[in-house]
Design a protein around this ligand. Sequence first.
Ligand SMILES: [Mn+2]
Length: 326
Amino acid sequence: MVTKKINSFEASIKEAVSALERANKILVVSHMNPDGDTLGCMLGLGLSLIQKGKHVFLACQDAVPTRFQFLPGSELVQSHCQEKVDAAVAVDCGGIKQLGGLKDAFLKAKTSIQVDHHDFGDAFGKIQVVDPEASAVGEIVYRLIEVMKVEITPAIATCLLTSIIVDTGAFRFSNIRQKTFEICAKLSKMGVDLHQLIEESYWIKSRSMALLSSHAMQKAKFSRNGAIAWTTVTQSTMRRYRAGLSDADSVADDLRCIEGVKIAALFRETERGNYRVSLRSKKGIHVALVAQHFGGGGHHNSAGCSIPKEGSAKNKLLKALEELVE
Ligand SMILES: [Mn+2]
């Protein structure tokens, strides 16, 4: 069973590599509201393809957050792509909706490839290169460029290490595996200052992020037995701290740390008046099941969905979390 899985993953890597090798114009897309995994992968793969002499377009619906603008190649990222490309690659997108405004550009390509690690995601595109066991998509991109025989430059190593540092919470989440360290050991030999990278991509928070987080923590609510913690961030709070959607990213992780808490939920009010919900859980509690039920997806311990702000959706979701804990 395990061998079969590895074989089909390796087969998909080969299929993707031959599609990329045949292509001349290639679009690499990251998910909206981008994090360090999707950006590190888009840039790491993009720089590798440029090295292979390809004409590369990098695109993300939303701007690269300030905290990730140190990433090599981030100045090449555009918010749209009019070009009809030979191949398009979506990195770290658990569903086609995650591409936002880049969906059409992706689907217009002659070949489309999904490179992902979400275990509760939706397959899309012509080729799927998916490994739910990969701690970050950076692990999968590493394998892709290894098979493509790309020379790993310090810039490419920086991008892929950032992907892994961010998605493993700087090597602390339960998704890390032996292979994570093997890949990072190879990447960190390429003249990258690993400590500096962890500092920049993990520890440094914008002032907006820190203040918003403390506000959200103050407002936290707990279920009667303390197993569920949740908090809500409104648009007016975000304006008060001059924060963007991504500045609330760490709040759910911070809530999850609290003793006795098994599931943490963050409700972020969006400009459209919905709630973007981020769920985090301790090992063995599959919050993605609840996220999926509400139209979202993600990983076992880290998932998300969108729900309407008005009506009973929020209470229903909290009730579903309570049932999950029981
Ligand atoms: Mn990811």
